[in-house]
Write a protein that binds this ligand. Structure first.
Ligand code: ZN
Length: 464
Protein backbone atom coordinates (compact mmCIF):
# COMPACT_ATOMS: atom_id res chain seq x y z
CA UNK A 1 0.00 0.00 0.00
CA UNK A 2 1.26 3.46 -0.85
CA UNK A 3 1.44 5.92 2.02
CA UNK A 4 1.56 9.71 1.87
CA UNK A 5 5.28 9.54 2.71
CA UNK A 6 5.91 7.30 -0.34
CA UNK A 7 4.12 9.78 -2.58
CA UNK A 8 6.45 12.55 -1.40
CA UNK A 9 9.65 10.62 -2.06
CA UNK A 10 11.33 12.41 -4.96
CA UNK A 11 11.43 10.34 -8.11
CA UNK A 12 13.94 12.65 -9.79
CA UNK A 13 17.01 14.53 -8.58
CA UNK A 14 16.34 17.56 -10.76
CA UNK A 15 13.33 18.88 -12.66
CA UNK A 16 13.74 21.83 -15.04
CA UNK A 17 10.19 22.89 -15.88
CA UNK A 18 8.03 25.35 -17.78
CA UNK A 19 10.69 26.30 -20.33
CA UNK A 20 9.46 28.76 -22.92
CA UNK A 21 10.83 26.11 -25.23
CA UNK A 22 12.62 22.84 -24.58
CA UNK A 23 14.73 22.04 -27.66
CA UNK A 24 15.58 18.38 -27.11
CA UNK A 25 17.64 17.87 -30.30
CA UNK A 26 16.58 14.22 -29.93
CA UNK A 27 16.06 11.83 -32.85
CA UNK A 28 12.74 13.51 -33.68
CA UNK A 29 14.15 17.01 -32.99
CA UNK A 30 11.23 17.55 -30.61
CA UNK A 31 10.67 21.11 -29.44
CA UNK A 32 8.23 21.40 -26.56
CA UNK A 33 6.67 24.71 -25.52
CA UNK A 34 6.24 24.69 -21.74
CA UNK A 35 8.48 21.62 -21.65
CA UNK A 36 10.25 19.95 -18.77
CA UNK A 37 13.19 17.61 -18.36
CA UNK A 38 13.98 15.43 -15.34
CA UNK A 39 17.37 14.02 -14.36
CA UNK A 40 17.91 11.08 -12.00
CA UNK A 41 21.26 9.56 -11.09
CA UNK A 42 23.01 11.79 -13.62
CA UNK A 43 20.86 10.62 -16.52
CA UNK A 44 17.79 12.10 -18.22
CA UNK A 45 14.84 10.21 -16.73
CA UNK A 46 11.94 12.03 -18.32
CA UNK A 47 11.03 14.67 -20.92
CA UNK A 48 7.56 16.08 -21.34
CA UNK A 49 5.21 18.94 -21.99
CA UNK A 50 2.60 20.82 -19.96
CA UNK A 51 0.07 17.98 -20.25
CA UNK A 52 2.41 15.22 -19.16
CA UNK A 53 2.68 14.19 -15.50
CA UNK A 54 5.94 15.41 -13.98
CA UNK A 55 8.00 13.53 -11.43
CA UNK A 56 8.43 14.92 -7.94
CA UNK A 57 12.02 16.15 -7.75
CA UNK A 58 14.49 16.88 -4.97
CA UNK A 59 15.33 20.10 -6.78
CA UNK A 60 13.31 22.14 -9.25
CA UNK A 61 14.29 24.94 -11.62
CA UNK A 62 11.68 27.26 -13.07
CA UNK A 63 12.66 27.87 -16.71
CA UNK A 64 9.96 30.37 -17.61
CA UNK A 65 11.45 32.99 -19.96
CA UNK A 66 14.17 30.53 -20.98
CA UNK A 67 15.21 28.21 -23.78
CA UNK A 68 16.48 24.86 -22.53
CA UNK A 69 18.89 22.93 -24.76
CA UNK A 70 21.25 20.01 -24.36
CA UNK A 71 24.60 21.15 -22.97
CA UNK A 72 26.86 22.27 -25.81
CA UNK A 73 29.75 20.06 -26.91
CA UNK A 74 33.12 21.59 -27.71
CA UNK A 75 35.08 19.46 -30.18
CA UNK A 76 38.32 21.42 -30.44
CA UNK A 77 40.30 23.53 -27.99
CA UNK A 78 43.79 24.19 -26.67
CA UNK A 79 43.08 25.27 -23.12
CA UNK A 80 46.71 26.11 -22.34
CA UNK A 81 46.60 28.89 -24.94
CA UNK A 82 44.55 31.12 -22.64
CA UNK A 83 47.92 31.80 -20.96
CA UNK A 84 48.92 33.73 -24.11
CA UNK A 85 45.53 35.13 -24.99
CA UNK A 86 45.49 38.09 -27.37
CA UNK A 87 49.31 38.21 -27.20
CA UNK A 88 50.39 41.42 -28.93
CA UNK A 89 53.43 40.14 -30.90
CA UNK A 90 51.33 37.34 -32.46
CA UNK A 91 48.26 39.24 -33.57
CA UNK A 92 48.95 39.80 -37.24
CA UNK A 93 50.53 36.60 -38.55
CA UNK A 94 48.84 33.73 -40.37
CA UNK A 95 48.89 30.25 -38.84
CA UNK A 96 52.54 29.35 -39.42
CA UNK A 97 53.90 32.76 -38.29
CA UNK A 98 51.59 32.74 -35.26
CA UNK A 99 52.86 29.30 -34.24
CA UNK A 100 56.53 30.21 -34.61
CA UNK A 101 56.02 33.31 -32.41
CA UNK A 102 54.25 31.40 -29.65
CA UNK A 103 56.06 28.04 -29.48
CA UNK A 104 58.99 29.42 -27.40
CA UNK A 105 56.54 30.81 -24.81
CA UNK A 106 54.56 27.56 -24.68
CA UNK A 107 57.85 25.76 -24.00
CA UNK A 108 57.45 27.18 -20.47
CA UNK A 109 54.35 25.09 -19.70
CA UNK A 110 54.35 23.05 -16.51
CA UNK A 111 51.76 21.21 -14.42
CA UNK A 112 50.65 24.34 -12.57
CA UNK A 113 50.09 26.09 -15.92
CA UNK A 114 48.17 23.10 -17.31
CA UNK A 115 45.91 22.92 -14.24
CA UNK A 116 45.12 26.62 -14.03
CA UNK A 117 44.56 27.08 -17.77
CA UNK A 118 42.17 24.12 -17.77
CA UNK A 119 40.36 25.34 -14.67
CA UNK A 120 39.85 28.84 -16.07
CA UNK A 121 39.15 27.68 -19.63
CA UNK A 122 36.59 25.04 -18.68
CA UNK A 123 34.87 27.56 -16.40
CA UNK A 124 34.72 30.04 -19.28
CA UNK A 125 33.15 27.38 -21.49
CA UNK A 126 30.61 26.37 -18.83
CA UNK A 127 29.47 29.98 -18.48
CA UNK A 128 28.37 29.78 -22.12
CA UNK A 129 26.50 26.50 -21.76
CA UNK A 130 29.23 24.00 -22.62
CA UNK A 131 28.97 20.74 -20.67
CA UNK A 132 31.48 18.58 -22.60
CA UNK A 133 34.79 19.87 -23.85
CA UNK A 134 37.69 18.34 -25.64
CA UNK A 135 41.21 19.59 -25.25
CA UNK A 136 44.17 19.13 -27.55
CA UNK A 137 47.42 19.60 -25.65
CA UNK A 138 50.29 18.93 -28.02
CA UNK A 139 53.12 20.92 -26.39
CA UNK A 140 54.95 18.68 -23.92
CA UNK A 141 58.23 20.39 -23.02
CA UNK A 142 60.97 18.15 -21.63
CA UNK A 143 60.67 17.92 -17.83
CA UNK A 144 57.26 19.63 -17.72
CA UNK A 145 55.61 16.75 -15.84
CA UNK A 146 52.18 15.20 -16.34
CA UNK A 147 50.32 18.06 -18.05
CA UNK A 148 47.26 16.06 -19.06
CA UNK A 149 46.97 14.55 -15.58
CA UNK A 150 46.83 18.14 -14.27
CA UNK A 151 44.06 19.00 -16.74
CA UNK A 152 42.06 15.94 -15.74
CA UNK A 153 42.26 17.08 -12.09
CA UNK A 154 40.93 20.53 -13.03
CA UNK A 155 38.00 19.10 -15.00
CA UNK A 156 37.11 16.70 -12.19
CA UNK A 157 37.32 19.49 -9.60
CA UNK A 158 34.80 21.45 -11.69
CA UNK A 159 32.62 18.43 -12.53
CA UNK A 160 32.62 18.97 -16.30
CA UNK A 161 32.66 16.20 -18.91
CA UNK A 162 35.94 16.16 -20.83
CA UNK A 163 37.79 14.40 -23.59
CA UNK A 164 41.49 15.12 -23.22
CA UNK A 165 43.58 14.29 -26.24
CA UNK A 166 47.24 13.36 -25.98
CA UNK A 167 48.80 15.64 -28.54
CA UNK A 168 52.28 15.25 -29.89
CA UNK A 169 54.94 16.86 -32.04
CA UNK A 170 57.99 15.02 -33.34
CA UNK A 171 59.33 17.28 -36.12
CA UNK A 172 61.24 20.30 -34.87
CA UNK A 173 62.94 23.05 -36.85
CA UNK A 174 65.95 20.84 -37.50
CA UNK A 175 63.67 18.27 -39.21
CA UNK A 176 61.86 20.85 -41.34
CA UNK A 177 59.04 21.37 -38.82
CA UNK A 178 58.01 24.56 -37.04
CA UNK A 179 58.43 23.99 -33.26
CA UNK A 180 61.70 24.35 -31.34
CA UNK A 181 63.54 21.19 -30.36
CA UNK A 182 62.66 21.54 -26.65
CA UNK A 183 58.95 20.80 -27.19
CA UNK A 184 59.12 17.75 -29.46
CA UNK A 185 59.40 14.12 -28.38
CA UNK A 186 60.42 10.92 -30.11
CA UNK A 187 57.79 8.49 -31.33
CA UNK A 188 58.32 5.80 -28.69
CA UNK A 189 58.05 8.33 -25.87
CA UNK A 190 54.78 9.74 -27.32
CA UNK A 191 53.22 6.30 -27.75
CA UNK A 192 54.22 5.07 -24.29
CA UNK A 193 52.78 8.22 -22.72
CA UNK A 194 49.58 7.85 -24.80
CA UNK A 195 49.09 4.33 -23.54
CA UNK A 196 49.76 5.38 -19.94
CA UNK A 197 47.14 8.16 -20.09
CA UNK A 198 44.51 5.87 -21.58
CA UNK A 199 45.20 3.30 -18.86
CA UNK A 200 45.05 5.96 -16.15
CA UNK A 201 42.09 8.13 -17.21
CA UNK A 202 40.01 6.69 -20.06
CA UNK A 203 36.63 5.71 -18.64
CA UNK A 204 34.85 3.37 -21.05
CA UNK A 205 31.61 3.24 -19.10
CA UNK A 206 28.46 4.89 -20.49
CA UNK A 207 27.99 8.45 -19.20
CA UNK A 208 31.73 8.68 -18.45
CA UNK A 209 33.02 12.02 -17.24
CA UNK A 210 36.58 11.60 -18.53
CA UNK A 211 37.87 10.09 -21.74
CA UNK A 212 41.20 10.19 -23.55
CA UNK A 213 41.91 10.35 -27.30
CA UNK A 214 45.18 10.37 -29.26
CA UNK A 215 46.05 13.47 -31.26
CA UNK A 216 49.27 14.14 -33.18
CA UNK A 217 49.32 17.92 -33.69
CA UNK A 218 49.18 18.05 -37.50
CA UNK A 219 50.75 16.42 -40.56
CA UNK A 220 53.37 19.16 -40.59
CA UNK A 221 54.55 18.63 -37.01
CA UNK A 222 54.85 14.86 -36.65
CA UNK A 223 56.59 12.12 -38.64
CA UNK A 224 54.70 9.85 -41.03
CA UNK A 225 55.63 6.94 -38.82
CA UNK A 226 54.09 8.59 -35.75
CA UNK A 227 50.82 9.27 -37.63
CA UNK A 228 50.64 5.59 -38.65
CA UNK A 229 51.65 4.16 -35.29
CA UNK A 230 49.23 6.45 -33.42
CA UNK A 231 46.35 5.19 -35.58
CA UNK A 232 47.40 1.59 -34.87
CA UNK A 233 47.57 2.28 -31.13
CA UNK A 234 44.16 3.97 -31.14
CA UNK A 235 42.71 0.93 -32.90
CA UNK A 236 44.28 -1.43 -30.37
CA UNK A 237 43.15 0.64 -27.35
CA UNK A 238 39.78 1.47 -28.96
CA UNK A 239 40.06 5.22 -28.42
CA UNK A 240 39.40 8.08 -30.80
CA UNK A 241 41.85 9.93 -33.04
CA UNK A 242 42.15 13.65 -33.61
CA UNK A 243 44.42 16.07 -35.46
CA UNK A 244 44.38 19.39 -37.34
CA UNK A 245 43.82 19.03 -41.07
CA UNK A 246 43.34 21.18 -44.16
CA UNK A 247 43.37 24.35 -42.11
CA UNK A 248 45.23 26.64 -44.51
CA UNK A 249 46.46 26.80 -48.08
CA UNK A 250 50.00 26.96 -46.64
CA UNK A 251 49.37 23.45 -45.33
CA UNK A 252 48.38 22.24 -48.81
CA UNK A 253 51.65 23.64 -50.16
CA UNK A 254 53.65 22.10 -47.29
CA UNK A 255 52.12 18.64 -47.78
CA UNK A 256 52.60 18.75 -51.55
CA UNK A 257 56.23 19.72 -51.14
CA UNK A 258 57.08 17.33 -48.30
CA UNK A 259 54.92 14.30 -49.10
CA UNK A 260 53.94 14.90 -52.73
CA UNK A 261 50.34 14.56 -51.53
CA UNK A 262 47.48 16.83 -50.52
CA UNK A 263 46.51 16.66 -46.81
CA UNK A 264 43.50 14.35 -47.29
CA UNK A 265 45.51 11.95 -49.50
CA UNK A 266 48.20 11.93 -46.84
CA UNK A 267 45.57 11.21 -44.18
CA UNK A 268 44.45 8.18 -46.16
CA UNK A 269 48.06 6.99 -46.58
CA UNK A 270 48.63 6.95 -42.82
CA UNK A 271 45.45 4.97 -42.05
CA UNK A 272 43.28 7.78 -40.75
CA UNK A 273 40.25 7.63 -43.09
CA UNK A 274 37.97 6.07 -40.48
CA UNK A 275 34.99 6.92 -38.31
CA UNK A 276 37.33 6.80 -35.31
CA UNK A 277 38.75 10.15 -36.50
CA UNK A 278 37.61 13.72 -36.13
CA UNK A 279 39.62 16.58 -37.62
CA UNK A 280 39.95 20.20 -36.56
CA UNK A 281 39.18 22.95 -39.12
CA UNK A 282 38.83 21.16 -42.51
CA UNK A 283 38.75 24.47 -44.38
CA UNK A 284 40.37 23.52 -47.67
CA UNK A 285 39.27 20.05 -48.80
CA UNK A 286 38.39 19.83 -52.51
CA UNK A 287 34.86 18.76 -53.50
CA UNK A 288 36.13 15.27 -54.19
CA UNK A 289 37.89 15.17 -50.80
CA UNK A 290 34.69 16.28 -49.04
CA UNK A 291 32.94 13.27 -50.61
CA UNK A 292 35.67 10.93 -49.42
CA UNK A 293 35.67 12.33 -45.87
CA UNK A 294 31.88 11.98 -45.73
CA UNK A 295 31.90 8.42 -47.07
CA UNK A 296 34.47 7.43 -44.43
CA UNK A 297 32.42 9.23 -41.72
CA UNK A 298 35.47 11.25 -40.68
CA UNK A 299 34.26 14.01 -38.35
CA UNK A 300 35.07 17.72 -38.59
CA UNK A 301 35.39 20.21 -35.74
CA UNK A 302 34.28 23.50 -37.29
CA UNK A 303 36.11 26.48 -35.69
CA UNK A 304 34.57 29.51 -37.41
CA UNK A 305 36.11 32.32 -35.31
CA UNK A 306 39.62 30.91 -35.41
CA UNK A 307 39.36 30.39 -39.16
CA UNK A 308 38.54 34.08 -39.55
CA UNK A 309 41.00 35.47 -36.99
CA UNK A 310 43.92 33.63 -38.61
CA UNK A 311 42.61 34.42 -42.10
CA UNK A 312 42.45 30.68 -42.85
CA UNK A 313 39.15 30.68 -44.76
CA UNK A 314 35.53 29.51 -44.69
CA UNK A 315 34.99 25.80 -44.09
CA UNK A 316 32.59 23.93 -46.44
CA UNK A 317 30.36 22.93 -43.53
CA UNK A 318 27.16 22.40 -45.52
CA UNK A 319 29.00 20.25 -48.06
CA UNK A 320 30.64 18.15 -45.34
CA UNK A 321 27.30 17.55 -43.62
CA UNK A 322 25.62 16.69 -46.92
CA UNK A 323 28.40 14.21 -47.65
CA UNK A 324 27.72 12.43 -44.37
CA UNK A 325 30.60 13.70 -42.23
CA UNK A 326 29.68 14.42 -38.61
CA UNK A 327 30.34 18.13 -38.03
CA UNK A 328 30.83 19.53 -34.53
CA UNK A 329 31.75 22.96 -33.28
CA UNK A 330 35.00 24.08 -31.66
CA UNK A 331 36.18 27.27 -29.99
CA UNK A 332 39.81 26.42 -30.89
CA UNK A 333 42.65 27.68 -28.72
CA UNK A 334 42.32 30.85 -26.76
CA UNK A 335 45.38 32.34 -28.42
CA UNK A 336 43.81 32.27 -31.89
CA UNK A 337 40.07 32.67 -31.39
CA UNK A 338 40.76 34.35 -28.02
CA UNK A 339 37.12 34.20 -26.90
CA UNK A 340 35.94 30.73 -25.89
CA UNK A 341 32.14 30.76 -26.02
CA UNK A 342 30.35 28.02 -27.93
CA UNK A 343 27.29 30.27 -28.13
CA UNK A 344 29.46 32.75 -30.03
CA UNK A 345 30.84 29.99 -32.26
CA UNK A 346 27.32 28.74 -32.97
CA UNK A 347 26.26 32.23 -33.98
CA UNK A 348 29.39 32.71 -36.10
CA UNK A 349 28.81 29.33 -37.77
CA UNK A 350 25.28 30.49 -38.62
CA UNK A 351 26.54 33.79 -40.06
CA UNK A 352 29.26 32.07 -42.11
CA UNK A 353 26.70 29.56 -43.40
CA UNK A 354 24.46 32.38 -44.61
CA UNK A 355 27.41 34.26 -46.07
CA UNK A 356 28.37 31.21 -48.14
CA UNK A 357 24.96 29.96 -49.26
CA UNK A 358 22.42 32.74 -48.71
CA UNK A 359 19.99 33.88 -46.04
CA UNK A 360 17.78 30.80 -46.35
CA UNK A 361 20.58 28.44 -45.38
CA UNK A 362 22.07 27.49 -42.03
CA UNK A 363 19.56 28.69 -39.47
CA UNK A 364 19.91 28.66 -35.71
CA UNK A 365 18.71 25.04 -35.64
CA UNK A 366 21.60 23.97 -37.87
CA UNK A 367 23.99 25.74 -35.51
CA UNK A 368 22.37 24.16 -32.45
CA UNK A 369 22.55 20.78 -34.16
CA UNK A 370 26.30 20.94 -34.79
CA UNK A 371 26.90 22.41 -31.32
CA UNK A 372 25.17 19.40 -29.71
CA UNK A 373 24.47 16.20 -31.70
CA UNK A 374 27.19 16.91 -34.26
CA UNK A 375 29.74 17.24 -31.49
CA UNK A 376 28.51 14.04 -29.86
CA UNK A 377 29.00 12.20 -33.16
CA UNK A 378 32.54 13.58 -33.51
CA UNK A 379 33.35 12.23 -30.06
CA UNK A 380 31.72 8.84 -30.67
CA UNK A 381 28.97 9.58 -28.13
CA UNK A 382 25.79 9.69 -30.22
CA UNK A 383 22.76 9.14 -27.99
CA UNK A 384 24.81 9.75 -24.88
CA UNK A 385 25.46 13.50 -24.99
CA UNK A 386 24.25 16.38 -27.19
CA UNK A 387 20.55 15.52 -26.85
CA UNK A 388 17.87 15.47 -24.17
CA UNK A 389 16.28 12.05 -24.38
CA UNK A 390 15.63 9.42 -21.73
CA UNK A 391 18.88 7.60 -20.99
CA UNK A 392 21.19 10.37 -22.23
CA UNK A 393 23.52 12.21 -19.85
CA UNK A 394 21.74 14.83 -17.76
CA UNK A 395 23.71 17.65 -19.40
CA UNK A 396 21.74 20.80 -20.21
CA UNK A 397 21.87 24.56 -20.50
CA UNK A 398 19.18 27.03 -19.49
CA UNK A 399 19.38 30.22 -21.55
CA UNK A 400 17.49 33.36 -20.46
CA UNK A 401 15.69 35.01 -23.39
CA UNK A 402 14.86 38.16 -21.50
CA UNK A 403 16.07 41.76 -21.17
CA UNK A 404 16.61 44.43 -23.81
CA UNK A 405 18.41 42.18 -26.30
CA UNK A 406 15.41 39.81 -26.53
CA UNK A 407 12.58 42.35 -26.30
CA UNK A 408 10.23 41.76 -29.23
CA UNK A 409 11.62 38.33 -30.10
CA UNK A 410 8.36 36.46 -29.59
CA UNK A 411 7.94 34.08 -32.51
CA UNK A 412 10.83 31.61 -32.51
CA UNK A 413 12.90 31.04 -29.34
CA UNK A 414 15.61 29.02 -31.12
CA UNK A 415 16.23 31.67 -33.78
CA UNK A 416 16.01 34.38 -31.12
CA UNK A 417 18.59 32.56 -28.98
CA UNK A 418 21.23 32.89 -31.69
CA UNK A 419 20.18 36.02 -33.57
CA UNK A 420 19.72 38.17 -30.44
CA UNK A 421 22.03 38.31 -27.47
CA UNK A 422 24.90 37.96 -26.66
CA UNK A 423 23.69 35.50 -24.09
CA UNK A 424 25.35 33.39 -21.44
CA UNK A 425 23.78 30.40 -19.74
CA UNK A 426 21.77 31.03 -16.58
CA UNK A 427 22.38 27.44 -15.52
CA UNK A 428 24.78 24.84 -16.87
CA UNK A 429 24.17 21.33 -15.59
CA UNK A 430 26.42 18.29 -16.07
CA UNK A 431 25.04 14.90 -15.09
CA UNK A 432 22.29 16.60 -13.11
CA UNK A 433 24.75 18.71 -11.09
CA UNK A 434 25.05 22.48 -11.45
CA UNK A 435 28.39 23.74 -12.76
CA UNK A 436 26.99 27.23 -13.31
CA UNK A 437 24.02 28.41 -11.27
CA UNK A 438 22.34 31.79 -11.80
CA UNK A 439 25.23 32.77 -14.06
CA UNK A 440 27.92 32.05 -11.44
CA UNK A 441 30.34 29.08 -11.37
CA UNK A 442 29.45 26.79 -8.49
CA UNK A 443 32.98 25.63 -7.60
CA UNK A 444 34.39 28.15 -5.09
CA UNK A 445 37.94 28.34 -6.47
CA UNK A 446 37.62 30.80 -9.37
CA UNK A 447 39.00 33.97 -7.74
CA UNK A 448 42.01 32.12 -6.41
CA UNK A 449 42.63 30.39 -9.75
CA UNK A 450 42.36 33.68 -11.66
CA UNK A 451 45.12 35.10 -9.44
CA UNK A 452 47.29 32.05 -10.13
CA UNK A 453 46.47 32.38 -13.85
CA UNK A 454 47.69 35.99 -13.84
CA UNK A 455 51.00 35.03 -12.21
CA UNK A 456 51.56 32.06 -14.53
CA UNK A 457 50.63 34.09 -17.64
CA UNK A 458 53.16 36.78 -16.65
CA UNK A 459 55.86 34.13 -16.30
CA UNK A 460 55.02 32.56 -19.66
CA UNK A 461 54.76 35.89 -21.51
CA UNK A 462 58.01 37.28 -20.02
CA UNK A 463 60.55 38.35 -22.67
CA UNK A 464 62.61 35.42 -23.95
ZN1 ZN B 1 43.61 23.94 -33.01
Amino acid sequence: METTADLLVPSADLLVHDADLLATVDDGRREIAGGWVAVTGGVVSGVGGPGDPRPVAARTVDARGCLVTPGLVNTHHHLYQNLTRSFAPALTGGLFEWLVTLYPLWARLDEEAAYVSAYVGLTELALAGCTTSTDHLYVHPRGAGDLIGAEVRAAQDLGVRSHFTRGSMSLSVKDGGLPPDSVVQDDDEVLAESQRLVDAHHDRSPHALTRIALAPCSPFSVSTELMTRTAELAERLDVRLHTHLAETQDEDAFCLERFGRRPVDYLADVGWMSDRVWLAHVVWPSAEEVTRLGAARVGAAHCPSSNMVLGSGLSPVAELRAAGAPVGLGVDGSASADAASLWLEARTAMLQGKLRHGAGSFGARDALEIATRGGAACLGRTGEIGELSVGACGDLAVWPLTGPAFAGALSDPVEAWLRCGPVAARHTVVGGRFVVEDGVPVHPGLDEQLAVHRRVSERIQAPL
